[in-house]
Design a protein around this ligand. Sequence first.
Ligand code: NAD
Ligand code: DAU
Length: 353
Amino acid sequence: MTILVTGGAGFIGSNFVLDWLAGCDEPVVNLDALTYAGNLRNLASLAGDSRHRFVHGDICDAALLDALLAEHQPRAIVHFAAESHVDRSILGPQAFIQTNVVGSFTLLEAARRHWGGLDAAAREAWRLLHVSTDEVYGSLEPQAPAFTETHRYEPNSPYSASKAASDHLVRAYHHTYGLPVLTTNCSNNYGPYHFPEKLIPLIIHHALAGQPLPVYGDGQQVRDWLYVGDHCAAIRRVLQTGRLGETYNIGGCNEKTNLDVVRTVCAMLDELSPRGDGQSYATQIAFVRDRPGHDRRYAIDAGKIERELGWRPAETFETGLRKPILWYLQHQDWVREVTSGEYREWVHRQYQP
Ligand code: NAD
Ligand code: DAU
């Protein structure tokens, strides 16, 4: 048996592949286009491991998908590949439509062709798990109940709109063709290999580099934070025991304002790697102009996956957050590599006054 993972050189995908192969011997075919966000160094510990086959390619390439499915006969596809950063979607939405909508559609079509040609037993066991986001539900008022799976879709950024479109396509392929799909909608992840364009790794990196820590607007926006290893465990659980055609919300029960998150990262860094001048990293906090259309609050009600599949997060925010901070401190070579070249241009474009 084999699984096909798309986007397995990115942040969550590489954590998923590493965790998968640490827990079992079922091989992984890993298809990734290696955009700025994909990094083979994330998978360096798998060098020479015959259970991992990396394929450099695009999910928009139908012929490649057909060939991979025919050659490897995976029993499941776990679909992570996406353009994932909201700020980039605001500056340049085209790539988000291409990968998240056209790419997901191309993958669904290839899956439909492949699945349609399997024998009855293989068709019965086959799965496509689509990894999506809580951002498809839009923004919550401060006291509103957390998102359940039946919350209406109200995406507000080009990123979340493109993910919503892919969710709808996945749903339609189940409803119309009977394709055996599962969808997960997860809250904000953090952990090792997190690319330093996203809030937590950007703050760690800027703090250690002595740069300003940019907080958008008033910093009172709320996100629900989940350790990436908990997300990967939830995906494995849904893949194993999720009900076909269902969607499952995944979250950490860790609602925090951005300012609280930044202050907590600073406090942990003060303890683990104090500044030479004895001052707190929090003195580097700088309020900057807000993200256009910035969603005020996300919160996940993860009751369904807990009740039906028995999953709940193992980490609290405080236990989980130490891991990427220690990881960043111990992997400055990785950080140096990903923050050269294109990354500098991005930071300049995004944060220029
Ligand atoms: P990421 O940006 O770190 O990684 C995306 C990966 O997809 C990269 O390796 C990239 O090279 C690859 N990729 C991009 N376009 C591709 C294409 N056309 N063909 C093949 N590969 C391509 O993203 P991430 O944070 O790891 O997110 C993974 C998935 O999880 C995404 O679908 C995202 O929407 C979803 N998600 C992310 C979070 C989060 O907090 N990061 C939360 C919920 C859901
Ligand atoms: O909710 C799940 C989503 O979480 C995923 O679908 C996305 O792929 C992932 O990028 C993430 O989206 P966010 O926009 O919430 O994450 P980001 O880390 O970009 O920002 C988190 C919050 O911090 C958000 O309110 C914006 C704010 N922020 C972000 C950056 C990069 C800042 O205040 N300053 C910053 O420099």
